[in-house]
Design a protein around this ligand. Structure first.
Ligand code: 13P
Ligand code: SF4
Length: 330
């Protein structure tokens, strides 16, 4: 195994025999090594189908906290695997490509966030899970888009709150809770790129379609949406709602599960501002491939590690989220 490749490319560049049945070999390695595969809704459908659990950020962190497997293979992005490692330090956590980052997490450097917090003494710090361990260590309570509203509402009405890093989710939570949280100005490059005019033209051509959106989208998109929620909330909505067509304003990977659950319905990916860029695909999520998953399981690398002192500081805010969520039945 050549670790300098790892440093250069973020994943192992090892040739895979051409005649190999990747799916079969991955499942074999998984059993041999007592590994569990956790996959986010945004990865490719083939990878979702090979995962033991597919879910949103909250569901995957809940799975990571309670797994008995010796190895957690995380098919998602780095902050998700890092959260799994923080919650399960005794497990080996591996990820097919270390370069699977997150533009939203990158929009909030820890040193600057620490200075930002200092400006508002007496404030509770709430951070979206899409952050690095360093940010989580500066945070009182972590939230995901599945529980942000309920966690904010669980705090006293006069509680002073800083919310980071996603300004769109923060604005949305302020608007539905009547709170006035101070927001860090971060955003996700996928969700901020949806094209309102193109979405409205699509709606005109498909008046029977409902627009549904993730709260990381910009406010004008949320204002025209008929349902707003986390990936699991969007999925649930399309399963139970009585419409048969949806314009989906979030990363396109979720459509795989929507189609699986309701093959009778039609799902149209919402267009991005630049129609040639495929911007409603998260390029970080799409770094996960079957080949890299095979290598990752075979060589148990690249591994996600967190310094123990940092881990202990970051753990508190995630555990607080899991405890409040459990009390709220989420
Ligand atoms: P969910 O928690 O809704 O799955 O969202 C994760 C994410 O990265 C959204 O861009
Ligand atoms: Fe991060 Fe955006 Fe990709 Fe979600 S879609 S993982 S927020 S870059």
């Amino acid at each position: 195994m050549n670790y300098s490749d790892l440093e250069n490319f973020g994943f192992l560049k090892i040739d895979i025999p051409k005649d190999i049945n990747l799916k079969k070999e991955i499942l074999k390695l998984k059993t041999e090594k007592n590994a569990v595969i956790l996959g986010h809704f945004y990865i490719d459908g083939e990878l979702q189908d090979i995962s033991d659990y597919v879910g949103d950020s909250l569901q995957l962190s809940q799975q990571a906290a309670k797994t008995n497997a010796e190895i957690i293979v995380f098919l998602g992005v780095h902050f998700m695997a890092e959260t799994a490692k923080i919650l399960s330090p005794d497990r080996k956590v591996i990820i097919p490509d270390l370069k699977a980052g997150c533009s939203l997490a990158d929009s909030c450097p820890a040193e600057e966030f620490a200075k930002f917090i200092e400006k508002y003494p007496g404030h509770t710090v709430i951070s979206y899970v899409n952050t690095t361990a360093k940010i989580k260590a500066l945070t009182d309570i972590v939230v995901t888009s599945s529980n942000a509203k309920q966690i904010v509402e669980s705090l006293p009405e006069d509680e002073k709150i800083i919310f980071g890093p996603d300004r769109n989710l923060g604005n949305y939570i302020n608007s539905i809770t009547g709170r006035n949280m101070i927001l860090w100005d971060g955003a996700c490059h996928v969700h901020k790129e949806f094209d309102l005019e193109a979405i409205l033209r699509l709606k005109q051509d498909n008046p029977d379609a409902k627009i549904i959106a993730h709260p990381e989208c910009e406010k004008p998109i949320l204002l025209v949406s008929e349902h707003i929620g986390s990936t699991s909330s969007l999925l649930k909505f399309t399963q139970t709602d009585n419409s048969h067509k949806y314009i989906v304003a979030t990363e396109s990977g979720i459509i795989h599960q929507m189609k699986k659950a309701r093959p009778d319905k039609i799902f149209i990916p919402a267009p991005a501002l630049d129609s040639t860029c495929g911007c409603n695909d998260c390029n970080f999520m799409k770094l996960n491939t079957m080949e890299k998953l095979y290598n990752c399981l075979k060589y148990e690398a690249p591994e996600v590690k967190v310094d123990d002192e940092l881990r202990k500081k970051a753990e508190k805010s995630i555990v607080r989220m899991l405890e409040i969520s459990a009390n709220l039945g989420l």
